[in-house]
Write a protein that binds this ligand. Structure first.
Ligand SMILES: Cc1ncc(C[n+]2csc(CCOP(=O)(O)OP(=O)(O)O)c2C)c(N)n1
Length: 517
């Protein structure tokens, strides 16, 4: 067995099942090793940003590390934006980057670059494998690091892949997550039971079913409100699950939420900060007069911490989900607006759906519209680097082949990584993409208005409007994905039901008229 095969067999022995790949000549021993039935399924993506985003979606939904195989520095660099999002999501990813043979590097061939410098900002663990081996040991250590919620990047020279007499390593089970100290639980209980309004701000595993049910017991006992990160990596929602609200995106709204609170307890997340710095507005959302405590950091056992907190405050049983009304029509007709589209998607989405929301401004009404939808999982853009939605939906569908995936996709962001549609078609994945086609960078128009530029001149328009308008139905068909465009809310309802009933990927283009502010 050569090094390449030992790496793949070590990955398979550690539970890795899928490798999102875009290889080149320096990875060919690894490509050849996929022929020897190692137990890892190779999935070709036609751009590295699809590999990284799909690995993120797969890791979020499977709870298992995803693997990627990428070509030298430039190949990895193409994937960095979605590795950035994955790092913010704390997704477990094992990257393998091929490199030139160690003896060849000194000649500085054209594709040589400083791979470690490119990879280090997004990698929690990084190593260049010793060409003399053993490669499987490096792989095992990388996978162990990934399992702890990191992006682990192993640079593998070509000669390391070819080394003979390699063996398979067994990766040690990761240590269980640390339980928060009793002091943290006591401090949190004290804050939420003292006078004044309190809130529990949840992230990470606090947004799992277990975390949410425990948080609801805390809320029932203390009267605190429940909030989650503005952009959660993974949130279980709907059905009989307790509802949480998202911290508003713009800092003014977020500051207003927290200014009325005497105490805030953080569980699985950090203290919220404004997405951007606006002159005169503080970076920190929670003001100095609000007392805060950290119940559990994201890397700790947040579920146990919330259960211990529920015990400590005497929370007897989980509070039933409060009836939330989005105020939207339940079966809208007529024009396609962010509100009518949100109501249709929330009304049609089936039990068990996974909803990837990179809908940006045009999806603004969806979160509240879906609060009472059947049980589902909500994924969002954790790191703000757009172009994550279509790949992440692709990875989620591979992780959960029995669940329908809906990608609520803004058109501008969708254009970054639309090659994901090809992988969806090739792998026959049940992803229904709803393109929210407002035909411009609407968020930039909103941000310009916030700076006082209400009327966009030709320069601003040329950088924010899409003219000519891309035709998503033709693009999707070109990648092998059946596609339609709809004209009204009834049409969207009908086509969404149809797409969800049929196996395989579909795309629905939804033109949305927005007036620029
Ligand atoms: C990788 C990356 N490049 C650029 C940006 C800046 N950016 C943020 S939103 C946006 C436009 C989004 O347009 P669209 O996806 O159509 O959503 P809309 O604003 O129209 O709702 C851009 C260019 C970014 N966040 N990330």
């Amino acid at each position: 067995m050569n090094g390449a095969e030992s790496l793949l067999r070590t990955a398979a022995a550690s539970g890795i099942r899928v490798c999102f790949a875009n290889p080149g000549t320096t990875e060919l021993p690894l490509v050849a090793a996929f022929d020897s039935d190692t137990g890892v399924r190779p999935v070709l993506c036609l751009f590295e940003g699809v590999c990284s985003g799909a690995a993120d979606g797969y890791a979020r939904m499977s709870g298992n590390p995803a693997m990627t195989l990428l070509h030298l520095g430039p190949g990895f660099a193409n994937g960095i934006a979605n590795f950035h999002n994955a790092r913010r999501a704390r997704s477990a990813i094992f990257n393998v980057i091929g490199d030139h043979a160690s003896w060849h590097l000194a000649s500085d061939p054209p594709l040589a670059s400083d791979i470690a410098s490119l990879a280090s900002p997004v990698s929690g663990w990084l190593r260049s494998a010793n060409p003399a081996g053993p490669l499987s040991r490096d792989a095992a250590e990388a996978i162990a690091a990934a399992r702890s919620g990191a992006i682990a990047t192993l640079i593998v020279p070509h000669d390391a892949q070819l080394q003979d007499g390699a063996t398979v390593e067994v990766v040690e089970e990761p240590a269980p997550r640390q339980r928060p100290s009793s002091a943290a639980i006591e401090a949190s209980a004290r804050l939420l039971t003292q006078a004044g309004k309190g809130a529990l701000l949840l992230g990470g595993d606090g947004l799992s079913e277990r975390g949410l049910r425990a948080a609801a017991r805390v809320a029932a006992a203390t009267g605190c409100t429940l909030w989650c990160d503005t952009f959660p990596a993974r949130l279980e929602r709907g059905g009989d699950l307790p509802a949480v609200d998202r911290v508003p995106y713009f800092p003014e709204g977020a500051i207003e939420v927290f200014s009325g609170l005497a105490t805030v307890v953080l569980a699985g997340t950090g203290s919220p900060v404004s997405f951007f710095g606006y002159p005169g507005i503080p970076s920190q959302i929670i003001g100095e007069r609000t007392e805060t405590a950290t119940l559990a950091r994201p890397d700790e056992d947040v579920g146990s911490a919330l259960e211990d907190l529920a015990e400590a405050v005497g929370g007897a049983e989980d509070r039933p989900a409060p009836a939330v009304s989005s105020g939207l029509e339940t079966r809208p007709t007529g024009p396609l607006t962010p509100e009518s589209v949100a109501a249709v998607v929330a009304g049609v989405q089936p039990e068990g759906a996974i909803v990837m929301d990179e809908g940006l401004t045009a999806a603004r009404a969806y979160f509240s519209a879906a609060a009472n939808a059947p049980r589902h999982t909500y994924l969002s853009l954790t790191g703000g680097a757009i172009g994550q939605g279509l790949p992440c939906a692709t990875g989620a569908a591979l992780a959960c082949p029995d669940r329908p995936v809906i990608a609520l996709q803004a058109d501008g962001s969708g254009m970054y990584t639309l090659q994901a549609l090809w992988t969806q078609a090739r792998e026959g994945l049940d992803v229904t993409t709803v393109i929210l086609a407002n035909r411009g960078y609407q968020i930039l128009a909103i941000e310009l208005a916030r700076t006082g530029i209400a009327e966009l001149g030709p320069g601003c328009r040329s950088l924010t409007d899409f003219d000519p308008v891309p035709d998503w139905t033709q693009l999707a068909r070109g990648f092998g994905v059946p596609a339609v465009a709809v004209e009204d809310a009834e049409g969207l309802w009908r086509e969404l039901e149809r797409a969800l009933a049929e196996p395989g990927p579909h795309l629905i283009e939804v033109p949305i008229k927005e007036r620029n502010p």
